[in-house]
Design a protein around this ligand. Structure first.
Ligand code: ZN
Length: 420
């Protein structure tokens, strides 16, 4: 039995992580440990303050602390704070049960990645909730599943007098407490301010995640289970998408959430959920040219831009279309992780025509506000006219300003820009 103080245990767990799990170790250096008896075990806020209950840490080994810290790091890396607030502000988490269920979903998402890094059996033996059924799913997807189970009566959620939440389903029991810390927004009360703050923090962590990933790779130990999402973050965006799209579709982007006075106390702890008048989001059609002339490297660049497009706005509903000379695959996504996962499987490699994608949008997506088409612009088929504001994003090796493809696109009224 070691006699390390709780703080010493945390410090030595960080050192172990740097050696064996460098991605996590690198990020752990940004955490600021804070002793706090109101949390049951560990908790982290968007600022990287790592709250720990000393009585809990006293009784666990450094090996378990290692996983606990990595767990909290993944909440930051996957931007769960930002995403929780985002859903709350959009009115998608209406009651404390909804919010707590989303926390559970975040934990299950995190732990299924940790199972890859640390091993399933070690995770389970250290008492982390793990359910292989949710492997590879985002928190949002898992949340939908949990809600379904609750509707069917297979999942029960309740709160104990001391504020501990208990969730039970399919033989799993999950208990937790102290998520006011998790939802800490630096004392900001106004919803617009909160989202600005959360976004700013999420971006900061995004940069650190990229650095951590590159560091881990340089020492030959890439983190397992998180590669896809991190790789999309690796390439910096070619444009300031936020500004560009704002200019491009100025009037189409809703100003902000509608923030009313909280209508009801949502938490026994005094935490308020925002009340939302209506759900607002912007709908885009994003077309990826998957014809044979687009190399896999270029396609990866497309994916990276898509990643940055989705990250630019608080609420984008994207309808994806992969198209070569015909529509090869379509799907809808509201969050980055799902989109990246779906885009991984490229369909196409044939000739090129723009007509099928625009026909598809005309028939199936009359509600979209604009079309973003990622392509080399080398096509044999142009639509007669463009019904929606259209932005062609041209890859590096694609058409050049002034050539016949570029000019044809311009003459149809499209905006054409070149990737860096
Ligand atoms: Zn957690």
């Amino acid at each position: 039995m070691s006699y390390l103080s709780p703080l010493d245990k945390i410090k030595s767990a960080r050192v172990r992580l740097i050696r064996r799990h460098p991605f996590y170790g690198f990020l752990a250096m940004y955490l600021k440990p804070r002793e706090d008896k109101t949390v049951s075990m560990f908790s982290v806020n968007g600022y990287g303050e790592l709250f720990y209950n000393p009585d809990y840490v006293k009784n666990i080994s450094v090996e378990v602390v290692e996983i606990d810290i990595s767990h909290e790091i993944l909440h930051l890396a996957l931007q769960h704070h930002y995403r929780s607030w985002n859903l709350a502000c959009l009115g998608k988490l209406k009651t404390w049960e909804d919010l707590d269920l989303f926390f559970v979903a975040c934990d299950l998402a995190v732990n299924s990645i940790l199972a890859k890094e640390f091993g399933e059996s070690r995770l389970i033996s250290c008492n982390f909730v793990y359910d292989s059924k949710f492997e590879g799913m985002s928190a949002e997807e898992i949340y939908e599943e949990l809600k379904k189970m609750r509707k069917q009566g297979r999942l029960k959620i309740s709160k104990l007098p001391d504020g501990t939440t208990v969730v039970q389903y399919d033989g799993h029991t999950i208990t937790f407490k102290g998520h006011e810390k998790f939802m800490d927004a630096g004392g900001k009360k106004d919803k617009g301010r909160i989202m600005e703050e959360m976004e700013r923090k999420a971006r900061e962590w995004g940069k650190r995640v990229v650095e951590a990933y590159e560091y881990a790779k340089s020492v030959g130990k890439d983190p397992l289970g998180i590669r896809k999402i991190v790789e999309a973050m690796l390439k910096p965006p070619s444009f300031n998408w936020r500004e560009l799209l704002r200019k491009f579709i100025q009037d189409l982007i809703p100003n902000d959430y509608t923030w009313l006075r909280p209508h009801k106390k949502s938490f026994s702890t005094g935490f308020y959920l925002p009340a939302v008048r209506k759900e607002e989001s912007i709908e885009l059609a994003i077309v990826l040219d998957t014809s044979g002339s687009i190399s896999d490297d270029e396609y990866r660049d497309f994916m990276s831009e898509v990643f940055h497009i989705l990250r630019s706005f608080r609420s984008v509903k994207a309808h994806f279309i992969m198209c070569d000379a015909e529509v090869a695959k379509t799907f809808d996504c509201e969050n980055v992780e799902d989109a990246v996962k779906m885009l991984e499987e490229r369909a196409g490699y044939g000739g090129t025509s723009f007509i099928p994608a625009f026909n598809y949008i005309h028939r199936n997506l009359p509600q979209v506000k604009a079309v973003i088409y990622l392509t080399d612009l080398y096509t044999s088929g142009w639509p007669e006219r463009l019904e929606k504001p259209t932005l062609f994003v041209v890859c590096k090796e694609g058409a050049r300003e002034g050539d016949e493809y570029w000019e044809t696109a311009r003459s149809l009224g499209a905006l054409v820009i070149k990737m860096k």
